[in-house]
Design a protein around this ligand. Structure first.
Ligand code: GUN
Ligand code: FE
Length: 425
């Protein structure tokens, strides 16, 4: 039996809009699972080693539920085009390079380490269409201590001929091969990933829907991100009144489905999400960078739709989920200013929940540092920032969302293991 005890200012999000705060508290885990958060160390742990982080903040780590690993090399570039042109001009050629497995290894090792160094320990990630590179990505995430899901991308139409494309048969065959080879990977699991409706023929969608049902696999894709995209889907599927139906009709629409963006989803599409238990992944930085719009997140939440957050690199220009949290608050303010139906922008506590607990719930965990959850925690120092001592823990969290000192993260724990420690000087 192994016990981990972390001492500090413990802040977690046990419910939407609520923060639970324990100053000078103890976060205790046994064999990698949380036992509890205590203001006083229980008798039974007397004499056990305590990692004392002083007044530093002990926070839940981030769940980034939507990002594109093979777009990491183009991070921070190519922000001058809207979605469909951006895909053809920048994203597809960048992803094509992942046919080279050595290149994939180098890039994915760096990406995996950077995720951990930013406190992201759970992901749902798109790979490229390449099977080998996808397996390499899974290995590198596992090695760095990231947990979650990775999908080999399926795209058998409207790619770049001769650059990034696969036939329907190759897409189906390679998906089965990939699934056969990733069964042994323990903390990174497969997720079926039709890129988006314009990228997949009906035959491929039908195959993926059957596979999801037969093997109980989750599904991730994109939905209602951009108006030209929605119009294109209408032309491709005249039988469907709404975009979401193009997934639902193939069995790709249920409570294990993640749909990125949903910027333009109307009340009917939102109702369909709520009814099926689909989770929306809100990616505010990407939505602004690609001029897609601002998603109606407040309306989704009050309507009972599940929402989590994603960096969506490289439509998003960074993978720092503190920054994505701040961007989600800003986007909700823009929405509030432009949409009279929105009663209030998102608060820090609400958005912190979306960045941490909401994602963890999709992984089957309880919100906050609940007993029984795997230990996913990060320690954040703010002692080098001015006036730290006069702020409440909630104010310190707010400041952390908007502003961090250099090398603010002191330690990161993922699935019970310490996977990052800041170098001591
Ligand atoms: N829709 C289909 N593919 C993509 C992608 O790579 N990024 C974004 N933002 N939207 C997409
Ligand atoms: Fe995306």
């Amino acid at each position: 039996m192994s016990v981990t005890i972390l001492k500090g200012t413990i802040v977690s999000a046990p419910a939407l809009g609520k923060l639970e705060i324990t100053e000078n508290g103890y976060l205790v885990a046994r064999d990698g699972r949380i036992e509890g958060v205590y203001p006083v160390l229980p008798e039974q742990y007397a004499g056990a080693f305590v990692e004392d982080f002083g007044a530093d903040l002990i926070l839940q780590t981030f769940a980034d539920l939507h990002l594109h690993a093979p777009q990491y090399p183009m991070l921070g570039t190519g922000m001058d085009l809207p979605l469909l042109d951006w895909l053809n001009t920048y994203a597809f050629p960048t992803e094509a390079r992942f046919a080279d497995t050595d290149y994939a290894r180098t890039v994915y090792r760096q990406l995996s380490r950077e995720l951990i160094a930013h406190g992201t320990t759970r992901v749902c990630m798109f790979s490229s269409l390449h099977t080998k590179a996808t397996l390499i990505l899974m290995e590198e995430l596992e090695r760095a201590g990231v947990t979650g899901y990775v999908g080999k991308v399926n795209m058998d139409r409207n790619g770049l001929p001769g650059v990034l494309e696969e036939t329907t048969e190759a897409s189906m065959r390679d998906t089965l091969r990939w699934l056969d080879r990733c069964q042994d990977t323990c903390r990174i699991h497969p997720i079926l990933t039709p890129r988006f409706t314009p990228s997949c023929t009906d035959k491929l969608m039908e195959f993926l829907g059957r596979l999801a049902a037969e093997r109980g696999l989750p599904v991730q894709s994109h939905l209602s991100e951009n108006r030209a995209e929605i119009q294109w889907v209408r032309e491709l599927h005249p039988d469907c009144e709404q975009y979401w139906e193009t997934y639902a009709k193939y069995g790709l629409w249920n409570d294990r489905t993640l749909m990125a963006h949903c910027v333009w989803s109307d009340e009917w599409e939102r109702q369909a999400m709520k009814n099926a238990g689909v989770t929306v992944v809100h990616c505010p930085d990407s939505n602004l960078n690609l001029c897609s719009g601002t998603a109606p997140v407040r309306t989704m939440l009050t309507g009972g739709v599940r929402v989590a957050l994603g960096s969506d690199i490289a439509g998003g220009d960074h993978l720092d989920m503190f920054d994505v949290t701040a961007a989600a608050i800003r986007a909700s303010k823009i929405r509030r200013m432009t949409d009279p139906a929105v009663p209030a922008p998102l608060t820090v506590a609400e958005t912190w929940y979306l960045a941490t607990s909401a994602g963890a719930e999709w992984f089957g965990e309880q919100p906050g540092f609940a007993p029984g959850n795997a230990l996913h925690a990060m320690v954040l120092s703010d002692s080098a920032l001015p006036h730290g001592k006069s702020l409440t823990p909630a104010q310190r969290l707010e400041r952390a969302v908007y502003r961090r000192q250099p090398n603010a993260l002191r330690a990161v724990y993922s699935a019970g293991r310490k996977v990052f420690e800041a170098p001591t000087d």
